[in-house]
Design a protein around this ligand. Structure first.
Ligand code: A3P
Length: 319
């Protein structure tokens, strides 16, 4: 079996070398795979995911560009879908597990290390997450009646969040990246799962064509009125809140349970390590809208505005 493993690794390395590459953020390089930029381990996992995953109509897939509020969306979707299973407020799984343990990424957990997992024991509705662009989702996800929820964030804050994050998790053995360099990489689309505009537009267009299939959410809107979006999410997922539940404050309880302030201070989120490559504490920084204003120079504002105008203009997707 070891020989087989070695063969797979050699074949993969050869394949990798055939791909265009650019300097990476967390890893030395990003490779252009199926039209988007991706670190090598993730490419291997995505290939395994595309080969083996079989969606069920009852599945829910949460999708996003990294640093768009994925952790929050995972917590909300898990709490909404499982609200009848976990009724004791003081013993909810979100109090002892990180959202990434409860809703695993295809690329970082389910198919990490090309693992082919046995998913037969996972109770329905299964909830998974993906950073891959819409076009690279496993075919059965697109074809079945399973539902996709996308969370999108203003690129200004997305970049700011990513920049801080990378400063924390970039390997110490790699040379540091200057803010200017990393900002140029972002604006040129050389970023994990990017270009960000292709990623956003892929899911955006699908949500317009198939609104029952893809729900497109924005971080900023959710911060403004989380209870409205919790109800919207529940309805979209086929489990709307009853009048009685609303009267009992179930929606507000979920908002509170999943809030940045609540999750950030939990022991599991201060000390755990739920995703290979980094610690949970880096997933909770500020959780605000508009923090970019503290870091962007006027020329950076202009440059990113221009990129957004050029790439997103006319699509109807606005921030
Ligand atoms: P900031 O760096 O701006 O604080 P992701 O979960 O996709 O990695 O996104 C991370 C961003 O979401 C970080 O943004 C993080 O602080 C914020 N975040 C994490 N949990 C949150 C929550 N429960 N509510 C709102 N924002 C949250």
């Amino acid at each position: 079996e070891e020989d087989d493993d070695e063969k797979v690794t050699n074949e993969f390395n050869e394949f990798l070398l055939s791909l265009p590459r650019e300097k990476g953020w967390r890893t030395p390089y990003l490779y252009k795979f199926q039209g988007f930029w991706c670190p090598p381990k993730e490419i291997q996992a995505i290939m395994s995911f595309q080969k083996h995953f079989q969606a069920k109509d009852t599945d829910v897939v949460l999708a996003s560009v990294p640093k768009s509020g994925t952790t929050w969306l995972k917590a909300l979707a898990f709490a909404i879908l499982n609200r009848n299973r976990f009724t004791d407020k003081n013993r909810h799984p979100l109090l002892s597990s990180n959202p990434h343990d409860l809703v695993p990424f295809f690329e970082y957990k389910v198919y990490a290390n090309s693992h082919v997992p046995d998913l037969s024991g996972v109770p329905d509705p299964r909830i998974f997450a993906a950073h891959v662009p819409f076009g690279s989702l496993q075919e059965s996800i697109k074809k079945s009646n399973c539902r996709i929820v996308y969370i999108c964030r203003n690129p200004f804050d997305n970049f700011t969040s990513l920049w801080f994050f990378i400063n924390n998790v970039r390997s110490r053995s790699l040379p540091p990246l200057s803010t200017e360099e990393i900002f140029n990489m972002y604006c040129n689309g050389f970023v994990g799962y990017g270009p960000f505009w292709d990623h956003m537009l892929g899911y955006w267009k699908e949500s317009l064509e198939r609104p029952d299939k893809v729900l497109f959410l924005k971080y900023e809107d959710m911060k403004e009125d989380v209870t409205f979006y919790i109800k919207k999410l529940a309805k979209f997922l086929g489990c709307p809140f009853s009048v009685q539940e609303e009267r009992d404050g179930v929606v507000e309880d979920i908002a509170q349970l999943c809030s940045f302030e609540n999750l950030k201070d939990l022991e599991v989120n201060k000390s755990g390590n739920s995703i290979i490559y980094f610690e949970n504490k880096h997933l909770f920084r500020k959780g605000e809208v508009g923090d970019w204003m503290n870091y962007f120079s006027p020329s950076m504002v202009e440059e990113l505005r221009n990129v957004m105008e050029e790439k997103l203009g006319g699509s109807g997707l606005e921030f």
